[in-house]
Design a protein around this ligand. Structure first.
Ligand SMILES: Cc1cc2nc3c(=O)[nH]c(=O)nc-3n(C[C@H](O)[C@H](O)[C@H](O)COP(=O)(O)OP(=O)(O)OC[C@H]3O[C@@H](n4cnc5c(N)ncnc54)[C@H](O)[C@@H]3O)c2cc1C
Length: 492
């Protein structure tokens, strides 16, 4: 890679970066993307996703716009429902406990559909998420939880389609190129200092878009900002998101924003490796817990597994597991709900025990007090309101009564063998704290003024997510703010 000058440099090559690059190119800019990973490992967290993306739609006609190849048979057998702007606003406000920045949320929600349509025009294809977001009841699929479409081929498919779209439009990508710092004259960002093939170079640009992820893969920063114990979490995705973009911007006076002590973290296979494995993708996650119970090393339950649809609890329950003794838990199911378990329960790389009696299961759950567990099951089976009918497609109100921690929905007795246990720990997805941006995706300094020539999108933007997160919003926010950043980066 020679020293060069372009109109726009985009740091990163995940979803937010590609959307920024495509938008800048659309304005006629010459664009260079810088990616720390080798090409084989590139694509960031975006490549590890299922490609599920939260978008406003007002009925099947909008779904048809995003998925034109939907067949008449699919339309006939599916109740897509709606997910309107009000619902998206409500979800963002509720799960973030009304902390999310209203201006950023406004852009996220109101631009979601148009942005997905734009991505489709660039060559990204979508399909309905039949496998994970809709159960078939009385012969009809019904979508729930506001999450209805995913990219074809999941995260790997998304990155492949975005890479092809960028290549077709002459956008250059320099892999194995880590941005180290911003070139800044005190007034304007003028480019990026990078390391490539063991050499350090200065690359000049009129504008720089930072889209290089949060600090989830940095154990030291996790401990520093999320708190003690977070060094012990497994990283679900890319090992390259070490907070570089945030660090580089803070170093020139950018303003920090958002929930720096918060992150998205889920229940994750206990023996998963330190970082994500592209061959397994997101299959280490274990997201069918609303249909079972969770117990810790004492054999006791510690959380309401059915507090809400999976989409609205999964991102905060990783933290709850991290807080348990030994940082692990077991998910317990019986035969009655086995057919509801997601595909990720069928992979080989799993810590699973099966048993024909509860007593035998109690002995096999490694690290768990058997007597405590047996007592929990006894109390549990007596507390389930079996007079209320079970329905996985709605919040069915089938709860428990009289327990120290009750379950609000989808409670079933655990009495039908074989019984199954799956061991989980905490897997961190991405961090919530980041940079302060305005509605043009310009990075603001500590005087709350735009830093000229500097834009940001994706995980490293602060102010959107606090405590929790509605599933599928990471890709949508990267797309919306990536497109805005790429467009405004051309307004020099
Ligand atoms: C297992 C898993 C499953 C998920 N599932 C979903 C889902 O289904 N739907 C959803 O909406 N969200 C999901 N998420 C969250 C989602 O991945 C992120 O919110 C989103 O992809 C972030 O996009 P991004 O472009 O900001 O970051 P990334 O996609 O992580 O891209 C950042 C890029 O920057 C590069 N980089 C880092 N530092 C540097 C540097 N110094 N110089 C150059 N390059 C650098 C990285 O290599 C990487 O390619 C999931 C995450 C994981 C880990």
């Amino acid at each position: 890679m020679s020293d060069r000058s372009v109109d726009v440099i985009v740091v990163g090559a995940g979803n937010a970066a590609f959307c920024a690059a495509l938008a800048a190119r659309e304005q006629g800019a010459e664009v260079l993307m810088l990616e720390a990973a080798q090409e084989e490992e590139s694509g960031g967290n975006s490549r590890f996703t299922a490609g599920s993306i939260r978008v406003v739609y007002n009925g099947v006609e909008d779904i048809k716009t995003l998925v034109p190849d939907l067949t008449p048979a699919e339309i006939e057998s599916t109740d897509f429902g709606t997910y309107n702007a009000e619902q998206f606003f409500d979800d963002m406000a509720r799960v973030t406990q009304h902390r999310a920045d209203p201006d950023l949320v406004e852009l996220l929600v109101t631009r979601s559909f148009a942005t997905l349509k734009w991505m489709r025009e660039k060559g990204v294809r979508f399909i309905p998420i039949y496998g994970r977001q809709a159960f078939k009841v009385d012969g009809k699929f019904k979508f729930w939880g506001g999450l209805t479409v995913e990219s074809v081929g999941g995260g790997p498919g998304l990155i492949a389609m975005l890479t092809a779209a960028a290549g077709k439009r002459g956008i250059a990508i320099s892999y194995n190129t880590r941005a180290l710092g911003l070139l800044y004259d005190g007034v304007r960002v003028e480019g990026v200092r990078v390391r490539h093939d063991s050499a350090v170079k200065e690359l000049r640009a009129t504008s720089v878009v930072l889209a290089c992820g949060g600090f989830e893969a940095n154990a030291e920063w996790r401990t520093r900002y999320l708190g003690p114990g977070w060094d012990l979490a497994k990283v679900r995705g890319s090992r390259y998101n070490t907070g570089d973009g945030i660090r580089m911007a803070l170093a020139i006076g950018a303003s920090p924003r958002g929930n720096w002590s918060g992150c998205h973290a889920v229940q994750w296979e206990m023996n998963a490796p330190e970082f994500g494995d592209l061959a397994v993708g997101d299959q280490f996650q274990k997201h069918s817990y609303p249909f079972g119970i969770l117990i810790n090393s004492t054999g006791k339950r510690f959380v309401d597994e059915g507090a809400d649809f999976r989409n609205y609890t999964y991102a905060k329950y990783g933290r709850v597991v991290l807080e348990q003794p030994g940082q692990f838990a077991w998910q317990i199911f019986d035969q009655k709900v086995k057919h509801l378990l997601r595909d990720e329960y069928k992979i080989r790389q799993i810590t699973k025990v099966t048993s024909n009696t509860i007593e035998e299961l109690a002995e096999r759950l490694e690290g768990v007090n058997p007597a405590g567990f047996l007592e929990t099951i006894k109390e549990w089976n007596e507390a389930v309101r079996t007079d209320i009918s079970f329905n996985p497609n709605i919040k069915d109100g089938r709860c428990t009564q009289g327990l120290a921690i009750n379950k609000s929905n989808w409670a079933n007795t655990i009495d039908t063998p074989p019984f199954e246990g799956y061991a989980v720990t905490c897997g961190v997805t991405f961090t919530f704290g980041g940079l302060r941006i305005n509605s043009d995706a310009q990075v603001l300094n500590t005087d709350y003024q735009p830093i000229r020539g500097l834009y940001a999108a994706g995980e490293l933007v602060g102010g959107l997510f606090y405590f929790n997160y509605p599933g599928g919003t990471g890709l949508m926010s990267g797309a919306v703010f990536g497109k805005i950043a790429g467009t405004t980066a051309c307004v020099y």
